[in-house]
Design a protein around this ligand. Structure first.
Ligand SMILES: [Zn+2]
Length: 229
């Protein structure tokens, strides 16, 4: 009877990216809203600034993620191309290399030779990609998915303080946006920590600290700016 193991790595990767994107969305949009509000802007102006912040942030996250993951994809492609050439030029040397990798992983010489021979016969490039370069189909870079994913998670995060702002005007808006955003951050930090098997309290406090710092700084700048202009 086969037993199914659930490893955290399967889900941590995308969950961590989602939480980081949402965190960014909450912190940067809440800070923007609080900064503009502290400068005594009209409610409609604050909302416009918040929506512009959401769109700008989501687009820059998508662009940044696309470029960085794409360059990773380019590197992987170049490595695979070089490996393909080496396999064609010196198959004995490549076989020896693969055997060495398996010996280093603990197989005895004879078994390592046999495994290297059979895997090479089955899929030489795939074996070298996986065992020598560490490129597997699971981990291979997908720039478009990564870009869309981080833009959506940023937008979802940013929409939380924006929603609070849309529902609330007047003197209570800044404290309510700040407190509700800190609660969202603490929840997200706790979820990410829990999913990664780390302490929920530490995870929450960490994002709370930086979120509060960012909102405090923009409130200060907004207040100074509001008095000067
Ligand atoms: Zn190789």
């Amino acid at each position: 009877m086969s037993h199914r193991e659930h490893h955290r790595t399967d889900r941590v990767g995308w969950l961590r990216a989602a939480v980081l994107g949402a965190n960014d969305g909450i912190v940067s949009t809440a800070s923007l809203i609080i900064g503009v509000a502290a400068a005594k802007a009209e409610h409609s102006e604050i909302l416009v600034a918040g929506v512009a912040g959401l769109v700008a942030g989501a687009m820059s996250m998508a662009a940044g993620e696309y470029v960085s993951v794409h360059s990773q994809a380019d590197t992987e492609k170049a490595d695979l191309e070089r490996e393909r050439k080496e396999l064609a030029l010196s198959p004995e040397h490549e076989l020896e290399e693969l055997r060495g990798i398996y010996v280093d992983r603990g197989l005895d010489e004879d078994l390592a030779s046999e495994v290297a021979k059979q895997l090479t016969a089955h899929d030489a490039l795939g074996s070298h990609a996986r065992d020598e370069l560490g490129i597997s189909s699971v981990m291979s870079a997908r720039p478009v998915q990564a870009a869309v994913f981080s833009a959506v998670s940023f937008a979802v995060g940013a929409s939380l303080p924006l929603l609070v702002t849309a529902l609330l005007a007047g003197s209570m808006m800044i404290p309510v946006v700040a407190i509700s955003s800190l609660i969202f951050l603490a929840l997200l930090g706790g979820v990410a920590a829990r999913a990664g098997g780390a302490s929920i309290l530490t995870g929450s406090l960490r994002v709370l600290f930086w979120g509060a710092m960012a909102m405090g700084a923009t409130a200060l700048v907004g207040k100074l700016f509001g008095t000067v202009v």
